[in-house]
Design a protein around this ligand. Structure first.
Ligand SMILES: [Zn+2]
Length: 212
């Protein structure tokens, strides 16, 4: 695992604070979060932001949603999500951009310490955030191809792990991978839907019903 220097940690903290302030003044980014069912309180808890005043090295991330990877020792990584009103795939636009040169981390490691008999795994940060805000503690992974072997050990203590892949072929592959790797139980997602879709259509109850 990579360790961060004090200077990096301090730079990450400054970045998160700055982009949180940028979000406070950005009604279009706020509207995006509202459209995903993410309240200002939840955005504050997860310290979401938007890049309006890019810090050094983040210039090419301007306009993107900032999703920090928070740990008890502060933010250790970020993901920058496109907020443009377009289909990123057809535009050839990377929907998520990591920090250049950084290894990928598990998102929302706080869920590993949650007082819960089970843990959920989602693909992508916002789906993990959505589950967690609904009382279903979840970590996010950046996709099967970025899986790190040591994550398996982080998840050893949980008797029950639920894999929330999207309701498509890639989501099914992820759930099968997690079934092998961490003995996760694949959740049967509605066709074509992701966690956030289910939440917006059916609320927290709809997500809970999927694991019952
Ligand atoms: Zn895009």
């Amino acid at each position: 695992m990579q360790t961060l220097s004090d200077a990096q940690r301090s730079f990450f903290e400054t970045s998160v604070s700055t982009y949180q302030q940028d979000l406070a003044g950005d009604t279009s980014a706020q509207a995006y979060l509202t459209s995903r069912g993410i309240s200002p309180q939840v955005a504050a808890t997860y310290r979401l932001g938007v890049v309006r005043r890019p810090l050094a090295g983040h210039e090419a991330r301007t306009g993107r949603l900032v999703i920090p990877y928070l740990t008890p020792a502060g933010p250790v990584n970020f993901s920058f999500r496109c907020l443009k009103n377009h289909d990123c795939k057809t535009e050839g636009c990377p929907k998520y951009l990591p920090i250049d040169g950084m290894e990928r981390n598990l998102y929302n490691v706080a869920a590993l310490k949650a007082d819960s008999p089970f843990l959920c795994i989602a693909e992508g940060e916002l789906d993990a955030l959505t589950l967690s805000m609904c009382g279903l503690p979840a970590v996010g992974i950046p996709g099967v191809k970025h899986w790190k072997k040591w994550w398996t050990r982080c998840l050893d203590d949980f008797d029950v792990i639920y894999a929330f892949g999207d309701g498509d072929e890639a989501g099914g592959k992820m759930a099968n991978f997690l079934a092998r790797e961490v003995k996760a139980r694949p959740i049967n997602m509605p066709r074509g839907a992701d966690v956030n879709d289910v939440y917006r259509e059916q609320g927290a109850e709809g997500l809970r019903a999927l694991i019952d």
